[in-house]
Design a protein around this ligand. Structure first.
Ligand code: MG
Ligand code: ZN
Length: 390
């Protein structure tokens, strides 16, 4: 049961959101100024190739990171990043974003409504950084510990009015030339209501279809569609193993074979699910698994010297607090909600251009900063519009 002390801020947020929705509408942001086509983005790269790796810990607020550090009883790999910023996560429709709007902000530079996958508030498809990268000859990849059609990875490759449309999102993978994707959700490609077999179509496009880590490990070159579950992958605590790290390393191995650089998004999907479950141990297991992948990615970047790594979250989940911890690292956690919160989330950056990620800014800026790292310019009329809370 919620007590009055919780209800009051909840009421305040409702008022804030409703006022803000009106403000958004009255600002009159129209599709006409936002519906830039993919062709318009097709500006040649100006400098030597660079790799950009965006790592998203879904629901990874500062407390989730702190819990991981306490439980690990050692420094996190995240701490190797010399630059830290803060990201304001609100969506166009809500003070509290969901993962679809949060990832679409990163992938398109546009604030949109909760549930939107790669579309603006008018449901008009927006070019994603993955598509823009492809147009510029940059190799692309997605890795997740959820279904690959889940909101976060989907927002980089698909354009759908709702995150619930897994089969339509899967079909959108065929409309791109993504080089590598590894995650769950095989059934949305194979056992579909329209009876299409997208795995066959992927094979015809030249993809190796690999099921499970062993098969994924055998693919040494070319395009890869790797599946680690029919629907959602197991929790780490249920025996998922170090799939996130091995999948990330496989993606790096394949993408690094492209001379023009690559864009790779890696998601630790289930930190969020631990927050929804109000389960400290679930959060910690997923947080440390994600941080282990961070360590391997930073090792790659350190060795490569021309790789920018950005590590952030779409939002915080759970209103998580640490009230105490035992000497063995066991956390006594508290939660204010089983949903997301509006609190800002940290942005960590490492590598060439990392300093651009210092400061406090909207989540949409991460898109523009990544494009700048690639030396890709957008048309003037698609300059970002900030959606501030009034
Ligand atoms: Mg997610
Ligand atoms: Zn969530």
């Amino acid at each position: 049961m919620y007590n009055r002390r919780i209800l009051r801020p909840a009421f305040a947020i409702c008022v804030l959101v409703s006022q803000w929705s009106c403000t958004y509408v009255s600002n009159g942001e129209k599709a006409s100024t936002e519906s830039s086509s993919l062709e318009e983005e097709d500006v040649p790269k100006e400098s030597k190739s660079i790799n950009v790796i965006l790592m998203i810990g879904d629901g990874m607020g500062l407390t989730q990171i702190t819990a991981g550090w306490i439980a690990k009883r050692d420094a996190l790999n995240l701490e190797r990043c010399p630059v830290i910023g803060l990201s304001k996560t609100n969506s166009s429709s809500n003070l509290i974003t969901d993962s679809a709007a949060g990832a679409t902000a990163f992938s398109t530079g546009k604030k949109t409504y909760n549930g939107a996958i790669g579309v603006n508030p008018d449901t008009v498809a927006q070019p994603t950084i993955l598509e823009i990268a492809e147009k510029n000859g940059i190799a692309t990849g997605l890795v997740a510990t959820s279904s690959i059609t889940h909101a976060t990875p989907a927002s980089f490759i698909a354009h759908q009015p709702s995150r619930l449309l897994d089969e339509a999102i899967a079909a959108d993978f065929l409309k791109t030339d993504i080089d590598v994707f590894i995650g769950g959700g095989k059934k949305f490609f194979e056992l579909r209501t329209d009876h299409a077999n997208l795995l066959t179509q992927l094979k015809e496009k030249g993809y190796a279809i690999a099921n499970g880590v062993e098969e994924i490990g055998l693919v040494k070159t070319g395009k890869l569609a790797g599946f680690i579950a029919d629907e959602q992958p197991l929790r780490f605590s249920e025996g998922r193993g170090a799939i996130l790290t091995t999948a990330s390393l496989k993606a790096l191995e394949l993408l690094d074979q492209n001379d023009k650089g690559f864009f790779l998004m890696i998601e630790g999907s289930q930190i969020d699910w631990g927050g929804h479950a109000n389960d400290s141990q679930y959060i910690i297991d997923e947080m440390i698994d994600f941080d282990n992948a961070v360590g391997q990615v930073l090792d790659f970047a350190a060795k490569d010297g021309n790789t920018l790594v950005i590590i952030t979250a779409d939002h915080e989940t759970g209103g998580y607090g640490i009230n105490a911890a035992d000497d063995d690292g066991t956390i006594v956690g508290g939660f204010t909600t089983d949903y997301h919160t509006a609190t800002m989330v940290p942005v960590f950056a490492y590598g060439p251009g990392a300093e651009a990620f210092a400061g406090m800014y909207h989540n949409t800026e991460i898109f523009h900063k990544m494009l700048a790292a690639f030396s890709i310019r957008l048309p003037v009329n698609s300059a970002p519009k900030q959606v501030e809370i009034q």
